[in-house]
Design a protein around this ligand. Sequence first.
Ligand code: RBV
Length: 425
Amino acid sequence: MTRTIAERLDDPEAAQAEGRRKMDWAEAHMPILAELRESFAAEQPLDGERIAMAMHVEAKTAVLVELLAIGGAEVAITGCNPLSTQDDVSAALHAVDGVTSYAAHGVDTEEYYDAIEAVVDVDPTITVDDGADMVTHIHDEHPELIPQLKGGCEETTTGVHRLRSMADDGALDYPMFAVNDTPMKTLFDNVHGTGESAMANIAMTTNLAVAGKTVVVAGYGYCGRGVAKKASGMNADVVVTEVDPRRALEAHMEGHEVLPMNEAAAEGDIFVTTTGNRDVITREDFEQMADGVVLANAGHFDVEINLAELDDLAETRREVRDGVEEYALPDGRRVNVLAEGRLVNLAGPLSMGHPVEVMDQSFGVQAVCVRELAANPDAYDAGVHEVPDRLDREVAEVKLDAEDIDIDTLSDEQREYMDSWDHGT
Ligand code: RBV
């Protein structure tokens, strides 16, 4: 039997108190979720829903989960990465009425999937994923649940990518919202969230300067742009590697050097992978690197830095600081890998995930998407769906209001002009 977090801990009450303290801090800086809490409490939009979740179980996620429970749902949750769970937060969440948490820090692969299986016991009507592990598990192991599933929400680029591949193969059998792809998520969480938290965690984990260094950023999608921007802001020289010609040009026009990884390998001091693909840094690259380089991954899965090849090359391997593994090569060079090559902003010993304010936006979109699936289950067929623009707007408007920012409104004449085509000079 998979144990809940309360059954795993020696002193769940002490853990709960500390977890609740972290949740209180996050909650105080999440105005979008605060506003939704009022309407969810009053209107009970999730009454009767059962939600199965696999997400990074830390304080901001916990505020989202509590909101779903306040809205009337029964929720079961586990982690979406073995190292990103904070046990105290998991314990605090488990103590919330209507919530069961199986998330625990440091589980092995078998325990990780056992916990996903345990979550499925909630008999879900809705799923919420970060990375698509829950939705794929349900398709593989519990197809009998598919008819009752109103739909699901996916948080991250990698997960949406997996879902689109499933849909292309005709293998996605219930509707999924691509929460990741909304403006309120991508333009903030992926860019600023990843950029700030990845660079902050690299700096904190190593206690080394970024200024004056060369930071190699692999991938110039939204996450890569964010990392490059923040690294530049910290006075590093930035080198970008890409496979897409347009993105490579964009990086060039933003003032970054663009090189193939094998050449960048010889120049970099700090490497950050953000591609979502495997084998981005491999043996040939390790062979080019200078002594003392720092390697970190900010993509969802730990496949971007080929650690098996690095291990193969290395003579010895030891933990030189918490969260820093040094691989010593036969010629004396040392390559330092942060957070076991897992996403550095969530899986390191000091990691806390993205800043609170950006997760308020991402999770605001999650919450309104769950509400939408509960309210309009028949409106969406099996497949990947864009989040309706009105929902993304709703979240943006709450945030503007909270920030006390006013914007203009189109006049009738302007609206008509924008909608018409028969005007010219
Ligand atoms: N992410 N979650 C956090 N809960 O602290 N930080 C980042 C958190 C999400 C982010 O939205 C991204 O898409 C995903 O993690 C990658 O797994």
